[in-house]
Design a protein around this ligand. Structure first.
Ligand SMILES: NC(=O)CC(=O)C(=O)O
Length: 297
């Protein structure tokens, strides 16, 4: 729906809707300490989910690779089927028990003879709403910095992923996906109000790009953006930058943490999305006669 369609006879549709349904909710980001013991990783995640629910969260998100260390050598060993694997079954149970939407970071997924980096989304009935297989694999080489090739063991997903909660529409990307502005633009076109990126940037790219990219995606698309990282473990092969955070549609960081394990809470008010889009109406000012970003099958 465009900003134009959001107003009728001088009364914005958003304000009518606002008076009828709640457009605020508490988002919790779990910055989890992830180690080599898969069962322990899942157990810790479940205990943080419980705590986040006790603190009033409606939507809870986990980090990229929350049941496995992040590294190509680990993916084959930790990979599971979705939704028949043990991790999926624990997540489904937790979403149902706590009556929450759960965006479950990512796990290495075994699908046929291929492996994916996959985020599962669960609703308050414990049903798998959707899953996102990371579409842009993290293959980079910065001499003296970091060299990483997810494609050594992973296959790239083939579709973008949006889903609805009772309150808003959400677009999902995983980590490196955040670098691709076209993907976020498509999510805005699909009427998303919030983009969630479970991600694990590193000590080379994190300090420069992590927050910059989130604020850019938020301002360009006038959406809330949240990122959820594993806590930092200085002894791991891959050292996570941490810094899970939430950015509002003005580009302002409204909640954040640094390196340690913990929960970041943000009270999201979707009125802010409508205000920004009304006050700076760039979406309907785009020159689609000159350029466009389109979703392909
Ligand atoms: N780990 C990633 O997928 C991405 C990343 O660390 C980066 O883009 O930098």
């Amino acid at each position: 729906m465009s900003a134009v369609k959001r107003s009728f006879a001088g009364v914005s549709l958003a304000s009518l809707v606002d008076s009828m349904v709640s457009r605020t909710f508490r988002l919790a980001l779990i910055q989890l300490a992830v180690g080599e013991d898969k069962a322990e990783n899942v157990k810790r995640a479940l205990s943080f989910i419980k705590k986040a629910k006790e603190n009033g969260s409606y939507l809870i998100a986990l980090p990229e690779c929350f049941n496995s260390p992040y590294g190509t050598k680990f993916f084959p060993k930790y990979a599971e089927l979705i939704p028949s694997g043990q991790t999926s079954s624990s997540l489904s149970q937790a979403a149902k028990e706590h009556q929450i939407y759960l965006v479950a970071g990512s796990i290495p997924e075994k699908d046929g003879d291929k492996l994916y980096n996959t985020c599962t989304v669960w609703n308050p009935s414990g049903e798998l709403v959707t899953k996102h297989q990371k579409v842009h694999l993290f293959d980079i080489d910065i001499p003296g910095g970091i060299c990483f090739k997810e494609s050594e063991t992973l296959t790239a997903g083939k579709r973008l992923t949006v889903f609805n909660t009772d309150i808003c529409k959400i677009g999902i990307g995983i980590c490196y996906d955040m670098r691709f502005g076209e993907m976020a633009q498509i999510y805005r076109k699909e009427e998303c109000d919030l983009l969630l990126y479970p991600g694990a940037f590193n000590m080379t790219t994190g300090p420069l790009h992590w927050e910059l990219l989130q604020r850019a995606r938020a301002v360009e698309n006038q959406v809330f953006v949240a990122t959820i990282a594993p806590a930092q473990d200085k002894n791991a092969d891959y050292v996570s930058w941490g810094h899970s955070q939430v950015v509002d549609p003005w580009g302002k960081v409204i909640a954040k943490t640094e390196f340690d394990e913990g929960i970041v809470y943000a009270d999201i008010d979707l009125k802010v999305v409508d205000e920004v889009r009304q006050q700076i109406p760039v979406f309907r000012q785009r020159r689609t006669d000159l350029y466009d970003t389109v979703l392909k099958d």
